[in-house]
Design a protein. Structure first.
Ligand code: GLN
Length: 491
């Protein structure tokens, strides 16, 4: 039999249904990988070994009795640590929530569990999902499984690294400005940020509420489509949740590129884009063209405004969302203080890291009465124009294809020295959040250092099926993607 560690989530799910592998064996396979890799990779903030084993046995009983028959029942998963899990510590990789144990699970987690998921633990991230490298975590950085001297990307770096290292078969991430797609690109895994409102945000600890979306990170496109089918739903507990007409995402895995109209924004290919990344992504587009897709270059427009608009809006919302962490309602409280005001001040000064403080200050500034019109309102206008630019593009194209990030994974420590450069690295991802669009990133090559390069596909709102179709067609050309999972033979 194929080694469990190398299977996709759906392949494993099938073996579990066929009783060739038990849910407990699947968990043990992950725990073996975790034992082998975790001291070096540090993808997890918490690992719940006993809970996962008990849960696997419970799921197995339900499978055996016929009560559970879904394609992913019994498959072990990891969850980003900003998504609430009942009875399981949820820290946002921040000191201020380092002891927080939620009393309820996020809707996305509840839906996975109803489908038979076994949660192994919670994954590391940039503090409160602010960052692009997973280095701003209070618990220390995660390393890239392809090359441990490099970052996994962020903020869902722990989730992507766990999947890439074979420590979990899939993971949940969240994406406010690229945090699923960019680390997927850096770690050589496949991740999708769905249309805003598709997956409930209930139980996702908010960063920028108008931009945040949960999404699946997995080993290939089919796994992502199957997961989205489980995760997507209308949820009345989330006021921005949307009731969609069609939830049958796996139907779109046709592997058929013929007739797809693909547009490549010329404004994505200019200065700042690494030559190797550009070549790999354009070769990907060429492959789809050979399979019958049409490929055209065009000017998207508004591209230079995406980063400033994003950082103004995201920080504004963050400054408001994070005001709830005051030492009273949740988590950490400073040890010594004279009065209430000093308690707030000390708690927040000690509880938040420097990147989070920077965003709170920036956000409070752009919302302040003297500057609201000049910054926040202007950013909202830019956001509306960015949406219009995409509307125009999607009149002509089914898919917008481009890189997910300007480079492959940088070395540890490199990005934090220059935060401005790190912010600019989000250029290809933030617009999808500003416009509410779905975006998928899948691996298309490795660079000369052996680090993966991701290709990003974007579609109009509610057109995830087009993404799955194009991605499955591309995977047919590319072939099975091998992750750096060290199996019995040591890789
Ligand atoms: N890098 C971006 C930021 O720091 C995106 C983060 C995210 O998507 N959560 O805001």
């Amino acid at each position: 039999m194929q080694d469990i560690a190398q299977m996709t989530a759906l392949e494993l799910g099938k073996k579990i249904q066929e009783r060739e592998v038990s849910a407990e064996e699947a968990v043990r396979a992950c725990l073996t990988q975790i034992q082998r890799e975790e001291t070096q990779i540090h993808a997890f903030v918490s690992i719940e070994e006993e809970k996962a084993l008990a849960r696997a046995r419970q799921v197995q009983k339900q499978i055996d009795s016929g009560a559970l028959a879904g394609p992913l029942a019994g498959v072990p998963a990891a969850v980003k640590d900003n998504i609430c899990t009942e009875g399981m510590r949820t820290t946002c990789s921040s000191r201020i929530l380092s002891d927080f144990v939620p009393a309820y699970s996020a809707e996305a987690v509840a839906r996975l569990e109803a489908a038979g998921a076994v949660i192994l633990g919670k994954t590391n991230m940039d503090e409160f999902a602010m960052g692009s490298t997973t280095e701003t975590s209070y618990f220390g950085p995660t390393k890239n499984p392809w090359k441990r001297t490099h970052v996994p990307g962020g903020s869902s770096g722990g989730s992507c690294a766990a999947v890439a290292a074979g420590e979990a078969f899939y993971a949940l991430g969240s994406d406010t400005g690229g945090s699923i797609r960019q680390p997927s690109s850096f770690c050589g895994v496949t991740g999708i940020k769905p249309t805003y409102g598709t997956i409930s945000r209930y139980g996702l600890i908010a960063y920028g509420s108008s931009l945040d979306q949960i999404g699946p990170i997995a080993r290939d496109t089919a796994d992502c489509a199957a997961l989205l089918e489980i995760l997507a739903s209308y949820d009345k507990k989330d006021s921005t949740s949307i009731c969609r007409e069609d939830y049958h995402f796996t139907e779109a895995l046709t592997g058929e590129a013929k007739g797809l109209r693909i547009g490549i924004p010329s404004d994505y290919l200019g200065q700042g884009l690494d030559e190797g990344v550009k070549k790999a992504v354009l070769a990907g587009a060429e492959g789809l063209k050979e399979q019958g897709a049409s490929v055209e270059y065009f000017d998207l427009g508004m591209v230079p405004y995406a980063i400033p608009a994003y950082y103004v809006i995201a920080s504004a919302e963050a400054s408001s969302n994070l005001s709830r962490f005051d030492g009273i309602k949740y988590g950490y409280r400073a040890g010594e203080y004279e009065d209430l005001h000093e308690m707030y001040k000390k708690t927040r000064s000690e509880g938040f890291g420097p990147e989070v403080k920077r965003r709170i200050m920036l956000g409070a500034f752009v919302l302040s009465s003297g500057y609201y019109d000049a910054y926040y309102l202007k950013a909202l206008r830019a956001k509306a124009l960015i949406k219009k630019a995409f509307d125009r593009a999607f009149e002509r194209f089914d898919i917008i294809l481009g890189p997910a990030a300007p480079s492959t994974a940088p070395a540890l420590g490199e990005s934090l020295q220059d935060p401005m450069k790190m912010y600019l690295g989000d250029i290809y991802t933030v617009s999808a959040n500003l416009a509410g669009l779905p975006g998928l990133c899948l691996p298309c090559a490795t660079d000369e250092a052996g680090l993966p390069v991701g290709m990003q596909l974007m579609a109009d709102c509610f057109q995830e099926k087009k993404l799955f179709r194009a991605a499955s067609a591309y995977e047919k050309i590319r072939g099975r993607w091998r992750l750096p999972i060290r199996d019995k033979e040591g890789m």
